[in-house]
Design a protein around this ligand. Structure first.
Ligand code: PAF
Length: 286
């Protein structure tokens, strides 16, 4: 695997691969890689001839500057994992390479509606930062396919809409959430948990499964979510949101909807964890 730090070098290597007739797969990341990221590389390896990944902690998507500062940067370990997983090229630009005119003068890609509410509500500007950097990375790499984890359900919805609305010639492929044995979704932010918090952390996914079971049993979403919020708080979390949405459009779930996504975000100590569960009910919700 080669590691490159400039857009010019990246473009020239990808161009050579394309001239050699190879299809290009792309896995954008912010580094501090875990098995979830590696499952994206594995999938890209299966589906594409030349696999590019990026490690870039994107300042534009952090509304909280202290969150940006403490975000783990582990490039040597990331390089070793990507190499072992069969990645061909790692692009690891610095902030000046990505934002040469400064972040304040950067043109912004805003994806309406799906980027509002949920994490977009709690983290203002977050999805503008994501859609802007992903647009830049797509224009730099020009991939045939790009791979994203389903754990970031709203992020995937934002990127799919952006690709569709702006006619970007890239196929978005999603990969199921990687979980620890106790159900906790793998995340770079799990590293912020103390041992005690780590033991409580599967409570978020457990709460999502309980919500699914109660909806399946015919209870209405409002009371189910209210009780679930109380339970999640009793489990040691500070609930940010728990919501039930249409899995297709991410719109508020309407009565009769069967294919739903239950989304949750909650603080546990210094970590903000997110997770989701897609369910197809036998009967529509009431
Ligand atoms: O999911 C992430 O790690 C980031 O939001 C992404 C897609 C790499 C953009 O910075």
């Amino acid at each position: 695997m080669i590691t490159l730090h400039t857009i010019a070098e990246l473009r020239s290597q990808v161009k050579a691969a394309r001239i050699a007739g190879k299809t290009i797969g792309f896995v954008p990341t912010m580094g501090n890689l875990h098995a979830g990221h590696i499952s994206l590389i594995t999938r890209a390896r299966e589906e594409c001839d030349f696999v590019v990944s990026s490690v870039f902690v994107n300042p534009l998507q952090f509304n909280d500057k202290s969150d940006l500062q403490r975000y783990p940067r582990t490039l040597p370990e990331d390089q070793a994992q990507l190499d072992a997983a069969g990645c061909d090229l790692l692009f690891a630009p610095d902030v000046d390479e990505m934002y040469p005119n400064g972040q304040d003068e950067q043109s912004i890609v805003h994806v309406p509606v799906v980027s509002e509410g949920l994490c977009g509500g709690s983290r203002p500007g977050h999805f503008d930062g994501v859609s802007t950097v992903v647009t830049k990375l797509f224009n730099q790499v020009l991939p045939d396919k790009a791979f994203f984890g389903e754990k970031d359900f709203q992020q995937v919805a934002v990127i799919r809409k952006m690709v569709d609305d702006l006619c970007m010639p890239v196929e978005v492929v999603t990969v199921p959430t990687a979980r620890a044995e106790d159900g906790l979704a793998l995340s770079s932010r799990n590293g912020y948990l103390t041992a005690e918090e780590r033991a409580l952390a599967p409570g978020l996914f457990q709460t999502l499964r309980e919500i699914a079971a109660e909806l399946e049993a015919g209870s209405g979403p409002d009371s189910v979510l209210e009780n679930a919020t109380e339970r999640l708080n009793q489990r040691g979390f500070r609930t940010d949101y728990l919501e039930v949405r249409s899995a297709e459009s991410l719109a508020e779930a309407a009565s009769g909807d069967r294919r739903l996504v239950i989304l949750g975000a909650a603080f546990l100590g210094n970590a903000r964890l997110i997770d989701n569960l897609v369910v197809t009910l036998n009967r529509g919700i009431v």
